[in-house]
Write a protein of this length. Structure first.
Length: 420
């Protein structure tokens, strides 16, 4: 198949560490790689054939450069800010895109998405209006967030009216259109992530996992520290929910590509709250490939250069169950301060069950008390055939991987405690 890619140029929107695998996969396919974002030293830029200094939202500049350089395909892999620009760029250039303007609108705007779910028989989190808050008809606590943002920016858990008013102000600053959502805070309910990959109009469940959040006392109560896959709720989901979700995706008319949705398990009910028309962040696809052979990266690259909605690299059918194995996607978070010394990553990467590992934020960086992705400093992916291996691995991991501040104290917070 590689001969069809000869001489082809692929533009990858954004160059964070998670995009490096896209560059590597494209090179393996014999494709010329270009990465663009506003940073000089993005990790994916360092290994690409060429790099540009256009922010992913600079649609006009990117379109002009693509025409001049005769780019053959454009790909947004897993970041929120590039979703709509990706569609606009592809449309202007007449290049394959895995979504339309209307589809991206439904799957990037939380309010529109919730209404779409309701109209298709899916459950969502109960919500309130700003007027409800003013008139004191709200049952606290509530979660207030922008209608469109990323990395939990602008999100606040509020326990009083005064906190809610401040939360609204913070959320509006992060929203592109100033709109917010106020929802019931789903304390005690399991946070779950679902990802589908549509091939020739048919959605396939490729990810269904339990998203474990950090501790509120660490100011990390809205950030994922580990995702366990498949979810312990997978049997319930497959029996009672999955068909309705597939029908909703089909109703959007999507013919190819990823659909990612987050929700909560409320008893046997899945209450969705956040959508995206992209692959999930992180490197889950590497574990998916190792466990099942389905390669989302090369499949998306092939589509970007051909527009072929029928061909996949590997089989996505029932891939969510990881061939009977279990995976952990571990995110390491640290408390505020300077990361003076990082040790143990090299040793961890040699572990036979580790599929990937990345030091996202380097040694020497100063970490703010932001309560968001700015405190996520590393990511590790683990795959085992026997769940009993995981508890042993977690103990070994936290005994080996360390991050120290200026006073020699370990900075890691919200450690994940695995239980069978």
């Amino acid at each position: 198949m590689n001969e069809i890619y000869n001489g082809k140029k692929l533009l990858i929107l954004a160059g964070a560490g998670v995009h490096s695998k896209v560059v590597k996969a494209a090179k393996e396919m014999g494709i010329y790689t270009i990465v663009t974002d506003y940073l000089l030293d993005s990790p994916a830029k360092l290994i690409a054939d060429e790099s540009w200094m256009y922010d992913v939202t600079d649609v006009e500049g990117i379109i002009k450069r693509c025409k001049a350089e005769r780019v053959d395909g454009v790909l947004n892999f897993c970041i929120d800010p590039a979703q709509k620009p990706y569609q606009e760029i592809c449309e202007a250039l007449g290049l394959p895109c895995y979504g339309t303007k209307e589809q991206f609108h439904v799957l990037t705007n939380k309010r529109v998405f919730k209404n779409y779910c309701i109209s298709h028989g899916l459950d969502v989190i109960p919500d309130y209006t700003e007027q409800d808050i003013e008139e004191d008809v709200v049952e606290y606590p509530v979660l207030i967030k922008p209608v469109d943002s990323r990395g939990s920016r602008g999100q606040t858990i509020c326990f009083t009216k005064d906190e809610a008013i401040k939360g609204i102000e913070a959320a509006k600053k992060e929203a592109s259109n100033g709109e917010i959502i106020c929802e019931k805070y789903m304390k005690g309910c399991q946070d779950i992530g679902t990802a589908f990959f549509v091939v020739d109009g048919e959605p396939h469940l490729v990810k269904f996992g339990d998203r474990h959040l950090g501790k509120v006392e660490d100011n990390f109560g809205r950030q994922v520290i580990c995702t366990q896959l498949p979810s312990v709720f997978a049997p319930v989901f497959m029996e009672k929910v999955v068909d309705r979700v597939k029908e909703m995706i089909k109703s959007l008319g999507i013919q190819f590509g990823p659909v990612f949705m987050q929700g909560f398990m409320d008893g046997d009910t899945v209450r969705y709250y956040d959508p995206a028309q992209r692959m999930p962040g992180g490197d889950y696809d590497l574990i998916l490939k190792k466990a099942t052979g389905f390669d989302t990266v090369k499949t998306l690259i092939h589509f970007a250069l051909t527009g072929d909605t029928k061909t996949t690299v590997g089989n996505p059918a029932d891939s969510y169950n990881l061939d009977g194995g279990t995976a952990l996607l571990i995110t390491v978070a640290v408390r505020p301060g300077r990361m003076v010394r990082v040790e143990g990553m090299g040793e961890i990467l040699k572990h036979p069950n580790v599929v990937y590992g990345r030091q996202i934020i380097p040694e020497g960086a100063v970490i703010p008390d932001s309560g968001d992705i700015q405190q996520r400093v590393a990511a590790i992916g683990v795959y085992v055939s026997n769940r009993r291996q995981i508890e042993l691995f977690m103990k070994e991991f936290y005994n080996t991987y360390k991050i120290y501040d200026e006073n020699g104290r370990d900075m890691i917070i919200s450690r994940y405690e695995y239980k069978l």
